[in-house]
Design a binder for this molecule. Structure first.
Ligand code: SAM
Length: 253
């Protein structure tokens, strides 16, 4: 289950990659745009402010996330769809945009193949994927998981899978004659380690919530918190610098 309120509580940090991805394409005219895995609509809002006259459709599996999106952008059609299943019936698009979604899908290559066939000639697929496995925070979670293997059995099915950047390049290069690929290191300045933990609860730690009892969850989160304190020492002024690398790819058909 996705919790829109927890996810949205770091709106500025979570929306910036969509703003940056859209900015790279802002000179292009797109008439029909699909936001795949649109969630609560933060990526959709970045699309809307860049291409004001476009017809924009957002698709996501979580009704709760979509509910938030519908409240803020009544002009957009938000549809509940399982995006790991075919979406070909939705027609063709000038831009297929996907921010922080692909890693939640097991059949990522299929989705890229499908997106290519759903693009009009000259259309663009634009994605952003957090390179979470490269970050110390990833280790902070996997180390804590080791103490809860029994309770967390099968959690892999709900966790995201991030492939190495070169693998995404190969998936794009299979189809797209024109590709742009880059990474951006964001540095989130957090007030405390608790704030870093809360940020992680919005996505990476989401599958753990619900698999552990309330007491177990508290203990598990405390373990993650201790690991975070060791991995990201607080600065002199008490803040915690939380660097976060994100991979961007655009492919033009
Ligand atoms: C990290 S959020 C990104 C949301 C939005 N794109 C943004 O930039 O804020 C990932 C989204 O993927 C959605 N999702 C995960 N698996 C999905 C699936 N199989 N089909 C559709 N959406 C899915 C979740 O519901 C969630 O809203």
């Amino acid at each position: 289950m996705w919790n829109a309120d927890i996810y949205d509580s770091f709106g500025k940090e979570r929306m910036q990659p969509s703003i940056d991805l859209a900015a790279r394409l802002k000179d292009k005219k797109f008439k029909r745009i699909l936001d795949v895995g649109c969630g609560s609509g933060m990526s959709t809002a970045a699309i809307l402010s860049t291409w004001k006259d476009a017809e924009v459709i957002g698709v996501d599996l979580s009704e709760e996330m979509l509910q938030n999106a519908r409240e803020t952008m009544p002009q957009v059609q938000f549809i509940r769809r399982n995006c790991s299943k075919p979406l070909l019936d939705m027609g063709t698009f000038d831009l297929i945009f996907s921010n922080a979604f692909l890693q939640w899908i097991p059949n990522q290559e299929e989705i890229i193949n499908q997106a290519f066939s759903m693009l009009k000639e000259g259309g663009v697929l634009a994605v952003q994927i957090p390179l979470f496995d490269e970050m110390p925070a990833s280790r902070c979670i996997t180390d804590a998981e080791k103490n809860w293997t029994q309770q967390l059995k099968g959690i892999e099915e709900e966790q995201f899978v991030v492939h190495p950047p070169l693998q995404y390049y190969e998936m794009f290069a299979e189809h797209f004659p024109e590709i742009n690929m880059w990474t951006t290191d964001y540095c989130y300045i957090m007030d405390s380690h608790e704030e870093v933990l809360n940020f992680l609860k919005g996505a990476a730690l989401r599958p753990h919530i619900g698999r552990l009892s309330e007491t177990e969850l508290q203990m598990f989160m405390n373990e993650v918190l201790t690991n975070l304190k060791n991995a990201y020492p607080a600065r002199k002024n008490g803040t915690v610098l939380f660097p976060f690398r994100r991979l961007f790819l655009t492919g033009k058909k």
